[in-house]
Design a protein around this ligand. Structure first.
Ligand code: SF4
Ligand code: SF4
Length: 696
């Protein structure tokens, strides 16, 4: 074929790939260090299952997932064929010996036909079905065309080769006997003249190899670099718990000798990002799956993580030279790199995120988006004091009264007035109680949350559980403050609550608030809090399973809305559904966007306290999605979701015929007469709150 030509082609292709890939890898090496080597067994498993076998992708979107897996695995399997082609460049005939040649020829043809079928579906999906999330993308089209050319030229090459050489070489003849697709092409070429066959043989060979090396050179320049980086990114992903907020070393930050050249609080510029942040943006495939149930994207706000990744990728490459130059030394002018907020992500986009976690859960390669966003918020809040004006009184309220409403700490237990709930006030009582009911700020101060807490007290009593509350000694977990970027305030609140709970020798906690549940269970261990924490959906489901609760079935059409911090952040989808199934006579309904695909109500990530001025209101869209299922009750398991969905019903004028209830309220209302319904048994609450009231 031409050993010199194939050698030069290989040298040029591999050298160009190495130079282009090296430019990105060197850039990553200049970002912040981060250790990601723990639990190697789990990491390898994820690479195998979600990387090579693409299970995560196939589960979420079977047709597209299978298509992608076939193209990826087929392409990988065909690398062996490329080695054979290179061998042919040096010596023809070049065949695999004995049975291996025949087996290889059959498998190769099967892989090529499978990849061609998957490519046909890829073109159909992208250009005929056109899923909303797929944006116009010239690189994707180019890559589909290149892979198609590689497959077709390979089949053509086999046809020419078998026709020319099978009669002269036993190895090629053996391959032909097993290569069913190549054989069919050869049969079609039977009448061609020898010069035409020779020309076709060389054209198919060189066109294919030039396309293969062109593909290799394109890889490091765009989104298809993920073919190289996806498996390392999967291996180096964050471990459990999911969606944690990067911590800030406050002692280091406050130290008198803190060095401003090395001190990092959150992220201001690209230099403050970690190498994993950089690897993730270079690995983003731009598939847009992160947009499918992203509440900000669906309601017309300027935030979708794909867009942030696109923008950050461009920014990193533009700032590459500055990033790989030496770091500013002590005494130098501050880092001159542009601030990320305002350049890569707008202020509106930064504060639009509800931290619902959908974008991370939907990403087929488990890229981590939220830590970057939290780091940007942390820098804005703690170093620059810049954040939405609505948060100022909320932060002050937490500081002074340990609740975002700023209501007096002495009123924290007013929700339990008249219920005669025991208080856990000293360590000596630890043996008297099975569990501590941590109400949290929403259930303590918000009238809607108070109703939920009161209903849950009734449920707790019906189960025969010995429980107590902290009463006036309860303080906030600081979950919202942390997600709003105020890590200092969060750590102060965390230290206070951990001290209280440990001082009282609490071992088991139950709460109606999934935000508190997530923080107590997943974030407080880093601050010295190690307890067995349960969400009330889990507690009630367990009590039902053990026969300790026997509610009567109701004639209700119940639709359950998954709170993000129970479902997506903690994987608990089954427990609330078991509760609903035990209560409703009719089969429970499901949203179109339910379970792992559930859309947020709009309250998370401190959005509860922020005005929503861009696009459609998230809670109204979620309520519209609910009403499309014609429920009589929209059930939730979170005091924030309850407010948001309740307000959605009001905004749509449907609060009269559709109820919004927490699962605790549903259970309490269905308890036998001895338990009485909460409405009858409990003093009337102060009335329905509104989301707007929360802003007041
Ligand atoms: S966390 Fe939720 S709201 Fe934020 S970008 Fe991701 S999907 Fe959208
Ligand atoms: S972040 Fe993940 S889901 Fe979103 S476009 Fe990139 S690869 Fe796709």
């Amino acid at each position: 074929m031409g050993p010199l030509a194939i050698t030069l082609l290989m040298l040029a292709g591999f050298a160009a790939f190495a130079v282009l890939a090296w430019r990105k890898l060197v850039l990553l090496a200049h970002l912040q260090p981060e250790v990601r080597w723990d639990h190697p067994g789990e990491r390898l498993k994820s690479v195998l299952v979600n990387g090579l076998l693409q299970r995560r992708m196939i589960r979420r979107e079977p047709a597209a997932g299978v298509m992608h897996a076939v193209i990826f695995l087929g392409f990988m399997a065909l690398l062996l064929r490329k080695l054979q082609l290179i061998g042919i460049g040096y010596h023809e005939p070049f065949t695999f010996p004995g049975w291996a040649g025949g087996a290889f020829a059959s498998l190769k043809d099967a892989a090529e036909l499978a990849v061609l079928a998957a490519l046909a579906y890829a073109f159909f999906r992208r250009y005929v079905l056109r899923p909303r999330r797929l944006e116009h993308n010239r690189e994707a089209l180019l890559v589909l065309v290149l892979i198609t050319v590689i497959m077709l030229t390979d089949l053509a090459f086999d046809g020419f080769r078998f026709t020319l050489l099978a009669g002269r070489d036993a190895g090629v003849a053996h391959e032909r006997d097993f290569a069913f697709a190549g054989q069919a092409v050869a049969a079609w070429l039977a009448g061609w003249s020898a010069p035409a066959l020779q020309a076709g043989y060389h054209a198919a060979y060189w066109l294919q190899l030039i396309t293969v090396f062109a593909f290799l050179v394109i890889l490091p320049t765009g989104e298809h670099f993920h073919i190289v980086t996806a498996l390392p990114a999967l291996f180096l992903r964050r471990g459990r718990p999911a969606h944690t907020v990067p911590s800030v070393d406050l002692d280091k930050m406050m130290a008198d000798d803190a060095d401003p050249a090395t001190l990092r609080v959150g992220a201001r510029t690209a230099r403050d990002l970690s190498w994993k942040d950089g690897l993730d943006v270079f690995t983003c495939t731009e598939c847009g799956r992160c947009k499918d149930a992203c509440p900000t994207f669906l309601t017309g706000k300027p935030l979708a993580m794909k867009w942030v990744n696109d923008s950050l990728k461009k920014h990193l490459l533009e700032q590459r030279d500055a990033l790989v130059a030496r770091l500013p030394a002590r005494g130098d002018a501050p880092d001159a790199l542009p601030a990320l907020v305002g350049t890569v992500v707008s202020e509106d986009a930064l504060w639009a995120c509800t931290t619902c976690g959908y974008c991370e859960a939907a990403c087929p390669i488990e890229l981590e988006h939220l830590p970057r966003l939290f780091k940007l918020r942390q820098h804005r809040v703690m170093m620059e004091g810049e954040f939405p004006h609505e948060l100022k009184p909320v932060f002050e309220a937490w500081e002074s009264q340990s609740n975002p409403w700023g209501l007096p700490q002495q009123q924290r237990a007013d929700w339990a007035a008249g219920l005669d709930v025991p208080r856990w006030t000293e360590a000596g009582q630890a043996a008297d109680f099975d569990v501590l009911f941590y109400a949290g700020s929403a259930a303590s101060y918000d009238p809607r949350g108070q109703k939920i807490a009161r209903a849950f007290v009734q449920v707790l009593r019906a189960t025969g559980t010995r429980f107590a509350i902290l009463g006036e000694a309860e303080t906030s977990t600081g979950e919202c403050a942390r997600r709003a970027g105020n890590e200092m305030l969060f750590q102060q609140l965390a230290a206070a609550l951990v001290e209280t709970l440990n001082g009282l020798k609490v071992t088991r906690i139950v709460t109606c608030d999934p935000h508190a549940y997530n923080t107590l269970a997943n974030e407080y261990p880093a601050f010295g809090g190690h307890w067995q924490v349960e969400h009330h959906a889990q507690f009630i489901a367990r009590a039902l399973g053990e026969g300790r609760l026997q509610p009567a079935r109701q004639a209700l059409r119940v639709l359950f809305h998954d709170p993000c911090y129970l479902g997506r952040h903690n994987g608990e989808y089954a427990a609330p559904r078991r509760v609903v199934a035990a209560l409703a006579a009719d089969a429970p309904l499901e949203f179109e966007l339910a379970g792992p695909k559930a859309m947020c109500c709009g309250a998370g990530g401190a959005r509860m306290w922020l005005e929503e001025t861009i696009g459609q209101r998230i809670n109204v869209l979620r309520t519209e999605q609910a009403l499309a299922r014609q429920p009589s009750v929209i059930a939730t398991a979170c005091p924030y979701c309850a407010v948001m969905i309740g307000d959605g019903l009001k905004a749509l004028g449907r609060e009269g015929d559709v109820k919004q209830l927490d699962i605790a309220e549903l259970v309490a209302a269905a308890l036998p007469p001895a338990g009485a319904s909460p409405a009858a048994a409990l003093p009337a609450g102060p009335g329905e709150p509104t989301h707007e009231a929360a802003h007041a």
